[in-house]
Design a protein around this ligand. Structure first.
Ligand SMILES: *Cc1c(COP(=O)(O)O)cnc(C)c1O
Length: 402
């Protein structure tokens, strides 16, 4: 049997610019972001400034992880213990996890067939719960109808926090993902759009929210060592009532991130070339239903999704197994037990009882996902499509599905 031999989890090596910056920093021994000498700005502070500039916002704060950025965002926006927090039913486990860690109670909202949030159910959930907070996950890089989402948030006075783990570099109607809400949260973990192993960033244009976030992240009193935060003199009483929840980024990670940030647009183009090649392949295959994208969305295609609505569960399982034999780790959000990043809301047993989510149940039951690392080229995409087609034909020839 023909097999695809490349790894879906292998990212590109870091560039010489990143490696040189890391080595130069290690030679100084000053890896802590606030450990600076006279006249030095520091890699983390510079990264934050460049990140904020790239998004066109005044403030950015780097921290320990994307999930940690979400926790900080909720706390900085004033979440109190036991507060309800709206959240998409289809998201990654660190999102409900960060709501839980910050003391909130997740209220899940149903999704549309394109996997994005259902604005009508958002409205219903807001009315039922009275929630004042909403963590909107642009899950797997799909941005839903932001006009409709913002209208619901405005009507109900909801503070929006965007989870942009898969949408750094993406826009909706020309506006960068992460700049619609009060806070945008990003991840620089290896499988996202910038790679520092682990890491997170949050962005905002609200000075008080950012002051709290800076203090929460563990800034001691080094507010003057930030280049993309409110001026140091303005921290006033905030510094006396906000806890230090230690979760800073270090200069080593920031040093490898700065050259990558400068390359983000070029990488986006390469990701989208892979995405469009895969998408064109899927469009030619029977039984593979592509996930539509909003016309105002300008995305980064670092992964691709498709649905298999005409197949039984047994046949989807057979297809996934056939793909695995061919070296293609198709992730299926409908499998009985969660594996890898495919956990579903019903596997987050610590959540309070969930609202009925009929559409999420139906959509996730047949939803599949593939990562598209930049170590692939368009020929690899063609091979993957061919092998998935083989796996599908094998399943169909053995099954009763017509
Ligand atoms: C990766 C991810 C996160 C969290 O990022 P970490 O840096 O791993 O904590 C949050 N939301 C989504 C949708 C993600 O994919």
């Amino acid at each position: 049997m023909r097999r695809f031999s490349k790894s879906f989890t292998q990212q590109e090596p870091l560039s010489d610019a990143s490696i040189d910056a890391a080595v130069a920093l290690m030679r100084t021994g000053r890896l802590h972001r606030y450990n600076l000498v006279e006249g030095e700005k520091g890699e983390t502070a510079l990264f934050e400034q460049e990140f904020a500039d790239a998004l066109g916002v005044p403030f950015a704060l780097a921290c320990a992880s994307g999930g940690y950025a979400l926790q900080l965002a909720l706390r900085a926006c004033g979440l109190q213990h036991g507060d309800a927090v709206l959240c998409n039913a289809f998201t990654l486990s660190p999102v409900p996890g960060s709501i839980h860690a910050a003391g909130g109670e997740a209220v899940l909202v149903d999704i549309l067939d394109d996997t994005t949030i259902d604005p009508d159910d958002l409205e219903a959930a807001a009315r039922e719960s009275g929630a004042r907070f909403f963590v909107l996950s642009h899950m797997r890089g799909h941005i839903g109808d932001m006009d409709a989402v913002m209208a619901v948030c405005e009507t109900h006075g909801i503070t929006l926090i965007e989870d942009c783990a898969h949408t750094l570099g993406a826009n909706f109607a020309g506006k960068p993902s992460g700049t619609f809400g009060k806070v945008g949260c990003y991840s620089t973990q290896t499988y996202k759009h910038l790679n520092s192993g682990e890491g997170g960033v949050l962005s905002s244009d609200d000075p008080e929210v950012m002051r709290r976030a800076v203090i929460l992240s563990g800034s001691y009193m080094f507010y003057d060592r930030h280049l993309a935060a409110p001026e140091a003199a303005g921290y006033g009483d905030t510094r006396l009532v906000t806890p230090n929840m230690s979760g800073r980024m270090d200069d080593l990670r920031a040093a490898v991130l700065r050259p990558q940030l400068a390359e983000l647009e070029a990488r986006k183009e390469r990701w989208n070339a892979l995405y469009h090649r895969m998408d064109a392949g899927l469009s030619r295959m029977e039984r593979f239903e592509r996930v539509p994208r909003h016309e105002k969305e300008d995305f980064v295609g670092s992964s691709i999704q498709f649905r298999l609505p005409s197949l039984t569960r047994e046949d989807i399982a057979g297809f996934v197994a056939g793909c695995a034999e061919r070296g293609i780790p198709v992730k299926w959000f409908g499998q009985a037990q969660p594996a890898d990043y495919t956990s579903r809301y019903d596997s987050w047993g610590y959540l309070p009882a969930t609202r009925p989510l009929p559409n999420a149940d139906r959509v996730l039951a047949t939803l599949c996902d593939l990562r598209l690392p930049l170590t692939f080229d368009e020929k690899d995409c063609d091979d993957i499509i061919q092998l998935m087609d083989d796996a599908m034909n094998e399943v169909i020839s053995k099954s009763n599905t017509v």
